[in-house]
Design a protein around this ligand. Structure first.
Ligand code: GCU
Length: 672
C-alpha cells in the first residue's frame, strides 16, 4: 500500500518501457571505492534506487570494463576521476558541489559523478536518482551544481516527552526511552530524506527548550543520532535553555559576563564535543515569549550570544540566535525585532548567526518580508521559514508553501540598490557574510507518512531544494515532487500542480486577504476576528479596517529601504496584497478592480472558498489515476478544508459586516 513513508525517495519500477531500457543500459555497473561511511551510503542509496526504479541491482566494481558504467568519486579516492580533465570544473564546486557528466572513458560509455568531497558525491548521487525518478533524458548529460548557501537547516520543535510543538504528525521521531540501545530504522530513513535535499544540519529539539538535552544522560542518546546522520553530512544542533547554568549547574544566575557561568558553559561544550565530535552548535530562543535570556542580567543579545560563541569556537561550533522577540504591551509588535537588533549590528562574533523569521510577525499566511533582511550588513543572517502548518490548517489542509517561500526570497530589499533580494542577502551576495542560509521548522513525526497531511511533504521538499538553489521556480519544484511522490503521468502532474499552485492563495483568501493578519483563534486553527487579539491586529471599526503602519501610524514603513518605504506608505502604490498590513483603509476606498474595499474583501473571502472547491474537483478527477489510499486520504482532508474555509469566510464577513454595516455584494449567497 502507498502510505507515503518513502516520501520523495519513492523508487517504484519505471513503467515506460523505452525509458526503462535506456536507463538499464546506462546503469549496468557502478564503479566506486567505498572507503568511507559516506561512500558506503552512496552505494546503499544507488542500490536501493536502481533496484526499485530499474528492477536490477548493478554490479559494484573497482574498474570500468564495459559500457553502461556509472563512476563516482573524488580525485582523492578515485584514480579514474583523478585522471579526467575536469579539475577546472571541480575547482568551482566548493566542498559540497558536484558534477554529473556523460564521458567516454577508455572507450566505454560512462556517466561520471565527481566532487571534491565524499559528501559532494552523495549529493550528486541523489541528484542523479532524482533525474531518473522524474524521467529526464540522460543523453549529453552535463550537470554542475553547488549550494548557494552554507547553512541549510531543519528545526524540529520536539519535546522531551515526544510531543511536538505545532507538529500535527504524531509523536517525535526521537525515541528517548529506547536510545541509545535501539536505533530505530526511521532515523536512517530520515537522514536519507534530509540529505537528498542537501540539508546539512538539524536542530532536533524545541526552541522552547528544557535544559536536559545537554546532560550526559541525553548526550549519549543524541550521539547515536549524530552517528547515524554523519555519513549523510548532517550535523546535529541543540536548542538550549539559557538558564541551564542555574537548573543544571546549581549556579545562582546565568549572567553571560559572570566567569562562573562562562566556565560552566565551556565545560559543558567540552562534554558535548567529547560525545559528538561534529556537533553543529546551539540554537537559542532567549528573552522571547517567557524564555530566559541575558536581559535578566542587564545584558543585551550580543553579549548573551557571544559568551556561548566563545565556548563553541575552539571546536568549530556556532550559535544560532533567534531574532523572534517582542513585548506583550508594545504599540506595534512588527517593529520590535528590527528595533532590537539593528543597533547590535556588528556586535556579534563571527560564529554567531541571527535566525530571523521570514516576516516581521509570526509565520502568518502572508506577511511582507522582515525588514531585518538587508538591514544587518555586519551580522550573519539565516532566514527561518515554517514548513509545518501552524497558521494554515495544521495537518488538515492542503497548502503548498513553495510560492510563499519564493515570494519572500525574490522580494527586493533594496539594501544595495535594485536587485538586493532576500535570497541574495541569504546567499551572501549582498553583504560579505561568513555564515548564512535558510532554516525551516519541519514537522515530521511517527505518522506513517511522516508529515500528517501528505502534502506537507511538498513544502518540506521545496524548502530544501530552495536552500540549495533559491532561484528554482516553485512550479518546477512542485512538478519534481509530484513526479517523485505520485506519478510521471502528464495528467496527474498537471492536475496536482494546479491544485498546489492555487493552494497558497486560497489559504490566504479565505482567512486573511489583502494584508489582514493574526485574526485566528488562540490555537491558530479557526477564525476569531472578534477576539481582543484579532482586534489589535485588524483594527476594524465603523470607518474601515487595517493597521496603520504609515508615517502617521506606527511608522513600521520606515524600517524598509527606499523606495519600498515610500511605496508601502502610499495607499495608491502599495501592492494590494499588503494593503491592510500597512494602512487603515476606509470601507469605501476604491480598489484597482473598481470595487470598494468592502466589496473586494468580501469577494476575496468568497474566492478563497471557491478555490478550495476547485481544488476538490481537480482532486476528484484523479480517482483511479493514483493510489487509492492517498487519493481517499486527501479527498477526506479536502472536505474538512472546504468546511473550514466556509467557516472562516462566514465568520469574518459577518463579523466585519457588523462594523461596516454594508450589504453583501450582489450575486453572492448570504453567509450564515
Ligand atoms: C510561535 C508559535 C510558538 C513558537 C514561537 C517561536 O509563536 O506559536 O509555538 O514557540 O512561535 O517561534 O518561538
Amino acid at each position: 500500500a502507498e502510505d507515503g513513508y518513502s516520501m520523495w525517495l519513492r523508487y517504484n519500477l519505471i513503467e515506460d518501457e523505452v525509458l526503462l531500457k535506456e536507463y538499464r543500459e546506462t546503469f549496468e555497473n557502478i564503479v566506486l571505492t567505498r572507503n568511507s561511511e559516506t561512500l558506503q551510503a552512496v552505494e546503499n542509496e544507488l542500490t536501493k534506487g536502481f533496484t526499485g526504479l530499474l528492477g536490477l541491482s548493478p554490479e559494484v566494481k573497482s574498474d570500468i570494463d564495459s559500457n553502461g558504467t556509472l563512476v563516482l568519486g573524488t580525485p582523492a579516492n578515485s584514480e579514474i576521476i583523478a585522471s579526467l580533465k575536469i579539475q577546472n570544473k571541480l575547482d568551482r564546486l566548493g566542498e559540497e558541489g558536484f558534477l554529473i557528466e556523460q564521458k567516454n572513458i577508455q572507450g566505454y560509455h560512462t556517466i561520471v559523478v565527481a566532487a571534491n568531497t565524499d559528501l559532494g558525491v552523495l549529493y550528486g548521487a541523489f541528484h542523479l536518482l532524482r533525474m531518473i525518478q522524474t524521467h529526464q533524458p540522460l543523453a549529453n548529460l552535463s550537470v554542475v551544481s553547488r549550494p548557494h548557501m552554507p547553512l541549510r537547516l531543519a528545526n524540529h520543535w520536539d519535546n522531551v516527552d515526544r510531543s511536538v510543538e505545532r507538529g500535527y504528525a504524531g509523536l517525535s521521531l526521537w525515541e528517548w526511552s529506547t536510545l541509545p540501545e535501539y536505533k530505530h530504522p526511521r532515523y536512517a530513513d530520515y537522514a536519507r530524506m534530509t540529505a537528498s535535499l542537501g540539508i546539512n544540519g538539524v536542530a532536533i529539539n524545541n526552541v522552547n527548550a528544557v535544559a536536559w538535552f545537554i546532560t550526559d544522560h541525553f548526550l549519549k542518546k543524541i550521539a547515536v543520532l549524530a552517528d547515524i546522520f554523519r555519513p549523510y553530512g548532517i550535523k546535529v544542533y541543540l536548542s538550549i535553555n539559557y538558564s541551564s547554568p542555574v537548573s543544571l549547574g546549581g549556579l545562582d544566575g546565568a549572567d553571560p559576563l559572570d566567569s562562573m557561568v562562562i566556565n560552566w558553559w565551556k565545560e559543558r561544550v567540552q562534554h558535548i564535543y567529547a560525545s559528538i565530535p561534529n556537533f553543529g552548535g546551539f540554537l537559542v530562543k532567549a528573552d522571547s515569549e517567557g524564555q530566559p535570556g541575558p536581559k535578566t542580567y542587564g545584558r543585551n543579545h550580543a553579549q548573551g550570544a557571544n559568551m556561548l560563541a566563545e565556548a563553541l569556537e575552539p571546536f568549530g561550533g556556532i550559535v544560532i540566535w533567534r531574532a523572534f522577540v517582542y513585548g506583550e504591551r508594545q504599540a506595534d509588535r512588527v517593529r520590535e525585532a528590527y528595533d532590537e537588533f539593528v543597533p547590535l549590528d556588528g556586535k556579534f562574533k563571527d560564529n554567531v548567526v541571527l535566525q530571523i523569521k521570514n516576516g516581521p510577525l509570526d509565520f502568518m499566511p502572508r506577511e511582507p518580508f522582515s525588514p531585518l533582511f538587508g538591514a544587518l550588513p555586519k551580522t550573519n543572517t539565516l532566514i527561518e521559514f515554517q514548513v509545518t502548518q501552524e497558521y494554515l490548517g495544521n495537518g488538515n489542509h492542503l497548502v503548498y508553501k513553495g510560492p510563499m517561500f519564493k515570494e519572500i526570497l525574490d522580494a527586493d530589499t533594496y539594501a544595495k540598490g535594485n536587485g538586493s533580494t532576500v535570497g541574495k542577502v541569504l546567499s551572501g551576495e549582498v553583504f560579505d557574510y561568513k555564515l548564512s542560509g535558510m532554516a525551516a521548522v519541519v514537522n515530521p513525526g511517527t505518522d506513517r507518512n511522516w508529515t500528517g497531511h501528505p502534502f506537507v511533504q511538498s513544502s518540506w521538499y521545496a524548502f530544501g531544494r530552495l536552500a540549495w538553489d533559491y532561484s528554482l521556480p516553485a512550479g518546477e519544484l512542485a512538478e519534481e515532487w509530484i513526479r517523485m511522490t505520485f506519478s510521471n503521468d502528464e495528467m496527474v502532474i498537471s492536475t496536482i500542480k494546479k491544485i498546489m499552485m492555487t493552494s497558497g492563495e486560497a489559504a490566504v483568501n479565505f482567512r486573511e486577504p489583502l494584508g489582514l493578519t493574526h485574526i485566528g483563534t488562540g490555537s491558530h486553527y479557526g477564525p476569531a476576528p472578534w477576539s481582543n487579539r484579532s482586534n489589535r491586529f485588524h483594527q476594524a471599526d465603523k470607518y474601515g479596517i487595517g493597521f496603520d503602519r504609515t508615517i502617521n501610524g506606527s511608522n513600521a514603513v520606515e524600517q524598509y529601504y527606499p523606495p519600498l518605504n515610500d511605496i508601502f506608505n502610499d495607499i495608491d502604490r502599495i501592492p494590494e496584497k499588503y494593503l491592510l498590513w500597512f494602512h487603515h483603509v476606509s470601507w469605501n476606498h476604491q480598489m484597482k478592480s473598481g470595487h470598494t474595499l468592502w466589496e473586494e474583501l468580501v469577494y476575496k473571502y468568497y474566492e478563497g472558498v471557491e478555490q478550495v472547491r476547485q481544488m476538490q474537483a481537480e482532486w476528484d478527477s484523479l480517482e483511479g489515476m493514483i493510489d487509492r489510499q492517498r487519493f481517499q486520504h486527501v479527498k477526506a482532508l479536502l472536505e474538512i478544508q472546504e468546511c473550514d474555509a466556509v467557516r472562516w469566510r462566514n465568520s469574518c464577513v459577518l463579523y466585519f459586516q457588523t462594523l461596516s454595516e454594508l450589504p453583501i455584494p450582489e450575486g453572492l449567497e448570504q453567509p450564515k
